[in-house]
Write a protein of this length. Structure first.
Length: 144
């Protein structure tokens, strides 16, 4: 089994605004680092670029999406917390994104052959928000 993860964030301004310039400028490097990370399997990508900035969820044009698959939670955590470029972006997230009052990340296990869809990921996030965390469905920060 692999670990699928969805992470969303509500942008304070559109991607092409001056406020979002630094965020957009680092996307290619952070995504390349993810792809090179131990345990990385797959990530959602736009057809015309290195990110996934054209996708939206929850009928909200201000929500930006990251959907990926990893070998396990430890690999995902090592990248998110251990990779310098990603860690630097995390420290600046309040400059670009609203502080959330509901869960914005969800992890769940998938077979090694399965590539999750956006509809599946959205359903998992909504289920987490409605039912809470469990062994099979949990936010990034939930457990080891």
């Amino acid at each position: 089994m692999n670990l699928a993860q969805l992470n969303i964030a509500t942008m304070l301004e559109p991607l092409d605004s001056e406020r979002m310039t630094d965020f957009v400028a680092q996307l290619a490097d952070v995504n390349a680092a993810a792809e090179a990370a131990d345990g990385f399997v797959w990530r959602l990508q736009d057809e015309d670029g290195p990110g996934s900035t054209s996708y939206r969820l929850l009928d909200d044009d201000n929500i930006i999406v990251n959907l990926s698959v990893w070998r396990d939670l430890a690999s995902l955590r090592e990248f998110v917390l251990g990779q310098a470029g990603h860690r630097a972006a995390l420290t600046r997230r309040r400059e670009w994104f609203e502080k959330a009052s509901t869960p914005t990340s969800v992890c769940w296990y998938v077979s090694e052959e399965h590539v999750p869809t956006l509809d599946e990921a959205e359903a998992m996030l909504l289920r987490l928000r409605a039912e809470g965390a469990s062994e099979e469905l949990f936010p990034f920060s939930y457990r080891d």
